[in-house]
Write a protein that binds this ligand. Structure first.
Ligand SMILES: N[C@@H](CCC(=O)N[C@@H](CS)C(=O)NCC(=O)O)C(=O)O
Length: 244
């Protein structure tokens, strides 16, 4: 949501959802005013500056996404999500809630990393096409063993309240991130995801509940939501999915 007086600046690659999407979803759900700087004409140069800590006395960040808030820069997706979640009432009511949400967030990131490594098991610096053999081996374990294990875990975690969210009817930033992960798995590995979720009651309610949040619903329909594509973390290569 770009306005003249943004509260936040997000620095992330302009053509993919990637890890930036976990940040965007919180900003959109919160109705926060932000600039998606990477998508502006001088975005790549701005990202480089913020990564190198060239703006004032900011320490460098290892990799995007980076969030600028109140003149300070913050990196690491889970860290940014927690910062925004706490500021915008999306982190529960207590320390116990906060750590529970963070636990979910970090598990989402564990799965995210494994999903990424299916198409880049050897090196992020090389093309998928140059590591296809290793990718096929890696992906086979992911779709057969890891997707069912993660998905089963998330469903069970959600079963401890009346739902639809981790903390019951109170949305947290962990729910937004779990939503994004599930959308991504569904895009990249539709057959494995279908099989892993067919007997799961709580995940469909979570997905529907998040998609129905006012700011999220509007965002998902907007052109600010970059479609999934084969440059991002969740890539649909049919040869890496289970066969139907
Ligand atoms: N753990 C970091 C990982 C950041 C990361 O890997 N960013 C990717 C884009 S999604 C990147 O540009 N990495 C560049 C690199 O690792 O050299 C986070 O969650 O923010």
């Amino acid at each position: 949501m770009a306005t003249n007086t943004p509260d936040y600046e997000l620095y992330y690659w302009p053509t993919i959802q990637g890890r930036g999407e976990f940040v965007r979803l919180i900003l959109e759900a919160a109705g926060a005013a932000y600039r998606d700087v990477g998508r502006e004409p001088d975005g790549p140069a701005a990202i480089q500056e913020v990564l190198e800590g060239l703006e004032g006395r900011q320490p460098p960040a290892f990799a995007p996404p980076v969030l600028k808030a109140d003149g300070a820069t913050y990196a690491q997706t889970a860290n940014i999500c927690q910062l925004l979640g706490r500021r915008h009432g999306l982190a529960g009511q207590s320390d116990r809630d906060l750590y529970r949400v963070n636990q979910l967030q970090l598990t989402v990131h564990d799965c995210l990393t494994e999903a990424h490594d299916t198409h880049h098991p050897i090196s992020v610096a090389e093309y998928y096409e140059d590591q296809r053999e290793a990718a096929a081996r890696r992906a086979a374990f992911f779709v057969e063993e890891r997707i069912p294990k993660f998905v089963g875990h998330f469903d069970e975690v959600l079963s401890y309240t009346d739902g639809p969210f981790l903390l019951g009817d109170s949305l947290s930033y962990g729910d937004l991130s779990l939503f994004q992960l599930l959308e991504g798995l569904n895009y990249a590995f539709p057959e494995a995801f279908r099989r892993a979720t067919e007997a799961r009651d709580h995940l469909p309610a979570l997905r529907a509940g998040v998609a129905d949040v006012e700011g999220v619903a509007e965002y998902l329909e907007s052109d600010r939501r970059i479609p999934f594509n084969e440059k991002g973390i969740f890539r649909h290569y049919p040869e890496l999915d289970l066969s139907g």
